[in-house]
Unconditional design. Sequence first.
Length: 310
Amino acid sequence: MKNRRIAIALGHDALGTTLPEQQRATKRAAAAIADLVQDDCEIVITHSNGPQVGMIHTAMSEFHRLYRNYTATPMSVCSAMSQGYIGYDLQQAIRSELVGRGIFRTVSTILTQVTVDPYDDAFYHPTKIIGRVMDAAEAEEEEKKGNHVTLVEGGFRRIVAAPTPIEIVELDAVNALMDANQIVIAAGGGGIPVLQQGNKLKGASAVIEKDLIAGLLADGVNADQLMILTDVDCVYKDYGKEKQEPIYMMSCEQAAQYMADGEFGMGNMQPKVQTAISFIGDSDNRSVLITRLSSIREAILGQTGTLIRK
């Protein structure tokens, strides 16, 4: 593992939901990351933000409802807040873990914007539910603003688009910091979706799939390996069934065939496997490791986890 550039995608399990949960979870993540740093790996980290950005959006919407003189907070700003909030806890935890081991490395979080296509079909078919439950009158008010809502148990909630990421705006900064031997946290929560309008970037009312941005970030820093940390030890065939079987290793061709056979759920493992195939491409050197945060060491040793190569 020495002298390798590794992109790590932290899933929900690595961050928790509430503030106390997040602080405990980031300590566990920091220990696993520090092991890789001790092996002289260059590390860039991206992470999920579902519960956190939902909490922020709900809080800011409620604040606007109670105090009408304050402008409602755009989705892009909520995403930026979640990047800072999560990045802060990760920075603190990783730095403390490293210093405790006698390792002195700077850990930096970059507020990261990601361009998306304004004509992406996802904007016409929003699917991501976010924010608090509203009554019919509030939902109608949201629709008058041009926002989309959907019926849920107890009322209505907003839904936003999940467009495909095109380019990480601050990628040069990420690479510069990594070249300077820093540990970098970037594109948190999928990045802040923005639309290119002339020489300006305008925040989009959207979210970006975390697996897609993990692959784009890993490719952008020319990582040797992408580690996707999720809530299972490895990828399974017939997952959830009595005859489920672990898949410890597969080629991109095998992975594509499994997807064609419908082995992986569209909303859970399939996006991760698709990201793996896209990131690896025609490279003989790149690989993707899918496992649980607590199983990283065993996965590196080949005792668990799913390793995907060309």
